[in-house]
Design a protein around this ligand. Structure first.
Ligand SMILES: Cc1cc2nc3c(=O)[nH]c(=O)nc-3n(C[C@H](O)[C@H](O)[C@H](O)COP(=O)(O)O)c2cc1C
Length: 188
């Protein structure tokens, strides 16, 4: 084994904040209907593709979030991918609850009709995965909710299904701090 160079010198990370050591992560706005059928928006950094055939996407939500039970009751959600131009709205939706606030009204984000689900898309986002809930499992303090993707909608910002490099998705760093491919960094 080669000796560890100065550059690769290791120190202990903080296990309580292990997730920050996996960041930056693309941060999404997930739309859903609450138990009364009213649209809500939740900001999520914990999400992933799960399967290609059938196409499936997973999101990780703390059961205490208002959005959690709405998704389980209605069995639908949409994953909306956002750029830095709506960073303030992304942060707002991650620090306010649909229990008290109508986040579409408060942020001014525009609901748009989806192709295959009743949940609205967010018009200002650049791509949207429309999902029907197919499975849920509690792992520790978060529920992993898996949806089958029934439609993909997007702005004309993809070349052969690859994102153009003038698009600037929101990346979360942790501790209320964000960055982007264009290195526009902002701390709330
Ligand atoms: C950048 C960011 C990322 C977040 N990621 C998650 C996440 O992956 N899972 C989760 O349960 N909450 C996450 N949250 C917290 C929720 O977005 C927040 O509690 C929100 O207010 C819940 O809204 P609701 O009560 O309307 O469901 C995140 C918040 C921020 C600001």
């Amino acid at each position: 084994m080669s000796p560890v160079s100065e550059k690769n010198k290791k120190i202990n990370g903080n296990l309580n904040k292990f997730y920050n050591y996996s960041f930056p992560k693309m941060t999404v706005l997930v739309t859903l209907l609450d138990k009364a059928g009213k649209p809500n928006i939740i900001t999520l950094a914990w999400h992933s593709a799960v399967s290609i055939k059938p196409p499936m996407y997973g999101i990780s939500i703390d059961p205490r979030r208002y959005s959690h039970d709405g998704i389980i009751k209605t069995s639908e959600f949409v994953v909306n991918f956002c750029q830095m131009d709506i960073l303030d709205q992304v942060h707002y939706c991650g620090r306010h609850s649909g229990r008290k606030f109508d986040k579409f009204v408060e942020t001014g984000l525009t609901p748009a009709t989806a192709q295959k689900v009743k949940v609205p898309l967010i018009a200002e986002a650049y791509s949207h995965l429309e999902c029907k809930l197919v499975d849920q499992q509690l792992y520790g303090d978060h529920t992993w909710l898996v949806g089958e993707i029934v439609a993909v909608t997007c702005d004309e910002v993809f070349d052969e299904d690859v994102l153009r490099d003038n698009v600037d998705p929101v990346l979360y760093l942790g501790n209320n701090e964000y960055t982007s491919f264009n290195k526009v960094r902002k701390k709330f």
